[in-house]
Write a protein that binds this ligand. Structure first.
Ligand code: SAM
Length: 240
């Protein structure tokens, strides 16, 4: 958008996310929708100090303020079409959680699974993330249920989606998932199931059924949509 955009403010990256989501396809639309998703937040430079996270381990959940770094080059829009509404309705960008906002700032409530301070580094183990690998984090704050949890809150236009389509694995996919868990400790199959239950197809591809592939951690997952379920055909290690 051309014209005056107001004063600039300098923000610094305090850490980088290492996530199971290596590409945007498959990432859920909000944090918490895929509890088996995992990430590590590695604090950077002067912020990689154990004292800066002292007391954080007492909290079960955190707010992360981050930059939608993979959307900044796409600019911002005054109105957007949320995928949740099938891309059919335009809403004001500030009425949505779209990445295409003026400052490209994201906000996610994630679970804190552990705090590791060793070898001069600080790493936070996170669950339920909706963040792309490589996401720069701008701030961390503890989630405070006594004030952040608003029981009377209404959920506006997001009160729509409630399909529960089953996810089925072929024997080959299931045995890959079991072997992968054995070798890496990662719960691949539960994560695939949670991701597919969100139906990751973009609005423009809701009519398509076959030939889908997505990457979770270092695994390529092939799936299709049948009349009754999401069918995971097979999983394979990514090259390299
Ligand atoms: N919970 C956050 C919020 O409300 O600000 C993110 C919501 S946004 C609708 C979620 C989508 O952002 C994901 O589906 C993914 O495609 C995208 N995304 C996640 N990390 C990103 C990044 N670093 N750069 C660009 N897009 C990203």
């Amino acid at each position: 958008d051309a014209g005056h955009e107001g004063p600039h403010h300098l923000l610094r990256t305090i850490g980088i996310i290492r996530s199971c989501y290596r590409e945007k396809f498959g990432i859920p639309r909000q944090a918490g929708l895929t509890p088996s998703a995992r990430a590590e937040l590695e604090l950077a430079g002067p912020y990689a100090r154990a004292e800066m996270v002292r007391g954080l381990e007492q909290f079960s959940h955190l707010w992360l303020v981050f930059l939608f770094h993979d959307a900044t080059s796409e600019g911002w829009q005054r109105t957007v079409r949320p995928p949740r509404l099938g891309g059919r309705r335009r809403l004001g960008v500030f009425a949505t959680r779209s990445p295409h906002r003026p400052n490209h700032i994201g906000l996610s409530a994630v679970s804190l699974l552990g705090v590791e301070c060793s070898g001069g580094g600080v790493r936070l183990k996170l669950g339920g993330v909706d963040l792309l690998d490589g996401t720069p984090v701008l701030d961390i704050k503890p989630y405070l249920p006594y004030s952040d949890l608003i029981e009377a809150a209404t959920s506006g236009w997001t009160d729509t989606d409630s399909r529960a389509v089953p996810v089925i694995f072929t024997p080959a996919a299931a045995s890959f998932g079991a072997a992968y868990r054995e070798r890496t400790g990662r719960a691949l199959l539960p994560l695939v199931e949670e991701v597919l239950r969100q139906d990751p197809r973009p609005a423009s591809q809701r009519g398509r059924r076959t030939g889908f592939a997505m990457t979770l951690w270092d695994v390529n997952i092939r799936w299709q949509v049948t009349e009754t379920c999401f069918l995971v055909d097979y999983c394979e290690w990514l090259e390299g």
